[in-house]
Design a protein around this ligand. Structure first.
Ligand code: P1T
Length: 410
């Protein structure tokens, strides 16, 4: 059966995977080598130097391409390395229309790095696709979507956004980190480039940093492959192996993440001390209709604002026992994060608030533990946050011990 016709759970395990030709090893070996012996100058077996290509990375790139139903996958040292490499396709004077609600590091890369090289960007609410249309200029080269978005979990109609962008000759990038290819495949909606922080669900175990791009177009692939090699932010073979180990269980993990997140979102929505719950799976969520149209599940991320002030919400984040207070998401274990002071601190407060991201918002990465234990943990943390001042970490924080300048959240 052609690989493209296989179901996603099968592709997760088999796409791009072959027994090692020299030993029959069923798992791709970790090719810990920087270079490859050539029989004559420029005569080799397909690999010259591991920045340009490494067999473990090839196995991962083929797997990622298969998962996203794309022709080509390219792996990078981090999600931001993938973004940065992609941005090298632009030149001074070019313009990007970006979703306003994006990962803080993505905004920082646009605003603090690429702006100084003459790349301008406009942020809009991409859930209203007319805002994309109105923001496109003659020099716009990319429309940058994140759906569901980080951390407000809004969903953009990818097909409609692609239609508008393509009419203007503009390429569309979709950061598919939160959905994963199990729940959403943007290339199928006409997107040009799919982006991942594979650090998250694809890796799935909070033990590796990585990124990826997946494309269908031959020319685009050639351009990105050239930039991958020329700028050099590639992952090492061990990291590729770890991500490949992660993707094999992606389909089953996502099923459980979705189920648990729905239970958590319903619990929070019914709690009298909760102000607002953000989860596209809830029927009254603004993105519910779009998410239902283009996703096969609603994902494992839930954001929440409790009644009361920032201090109350901060105490909540410090009071959970199973939900660890940490940046990142998508691992098997549950995490809680305060975007305003952690993952999104590099977005100016005014810009955050323009997009509806309040200081009181807390983001949950709902893991695959037993959902009843997760609810019990949230319930006790809500109760404790009413009064107690709880410090999870007895050691002084980086902000308090003089290392603040190393911590972007300080
Ligand atoms: O951390 P890195 O692998 O470089 O990926 C960056 C990135 C890109 N896109 C999205 C949607 C992301 O969420 C991230 C990283 N996000 C976090 C670390 C976080 O806690 O939100």
């Amino acid at each position: 059966m052609p690989e493209t016709q296989l179901h996603i759970a099968t592709k997760a395990i088999h796409a791009g995977q072959f027994p090692d030709p020299s030993t029959g090893a069923i798992m791709p070996p970790v090719y810990m080598t920087s270079t490859y012996v050539q029989s004559e100058p420029a005569v080799h077996q397909g690999y010259e130097y591991s920045r340009s290509g490494n067999p473990t990375r090839t196995a991962l790139e083929a797997n990622l391409a298969g998962l996203e139903n794309g022709k080509y996958g390219l792996a990078f040292a981090s999600g931001l390395a993938a973004e940065n490499t992609l941005l090298h396709m632009l030149k001074s004077g070019d313009h990007i229309v970006s979703a306003r609600d994006v990962y803080g590091g993505t905004y920082r890369l646009f605003d603090r790095v690429w702006k100084q090289y003459g790349i301008s960007f406009t942020t809009v609410d991409t859930t209203d696709v007319m805002q994309i249309k109105n923001a496109i200029q003659p020099n716009t080269r990319l429309v940058w979507l994140e759906s569901p978005s980080n951390p407000l979990l809004t969903c953009t109609d990818i097909e409609a956004a692609v239609e508008i962008a393509h009419q203007a000759g503009v390429k569309v990038v979709v950061d598919n980190t939160f959905a994963t290819p199990v729940l959403q495949q943007p290339l199928g909606f006409g997107a040009d480039i799919v982006l991942h922080s594979v650090t998250k669900y694809l890796g799935g175990h909070s033990d590796v940093i990585g990124g990826a791009l997946v494309v269908d177009d031959d020319e685009l692939h050639e351009q990105l492959r050239f930039l991958q090699n020329s700028t050099g932010s590639v992952p090492g073979p061990m990291d590729c192996f770890l991500v490949l180990r992660g993707t094999k269980t992606l389909a089953v993990r996502m099923r459980q993440h979705c189920e648990n997140a729905m239970i958590v979102a319903n619990f929070l929505q019914q709690h009298p001390e909760v102000d607002r719950v953000f989860y596209p799976g809830l029927a009254d969520n603004e993105s519910h209709a779009i998410a239902s149209k283009q996703m096969t599940g609603f994902g494992g991320m839930v954001s929440v604002e409790l009644n009361g002030d920032l201090e109350r919400n901060r105490r909540f984040a410090s009071s959970t026992k199973l939900f660890a207070l940490a940046e990142s998401l998508g691992g098997v274990e549950s995490l809680i994060n305060h975007p305003a002071s952690m993952t999104h601190a590099s977005i100016p407060k005014a810009e955050r608030e323009k997009g509806g991201l309040k200081d009181t918002l807390m983001r949950l990465s709902v893991g695959i533990e037993d959902a009843q234990d997760l609810i019990a943990d949230l319930d006790q943390a809500i109760a404790r946050s009413r009064h107690a001042i709880v410090k999870k970490n007895q050691k002084p924080s980086a902000c308090e011990n003089g290392l603040g300048q190393l911590n972007r959240a300080c």
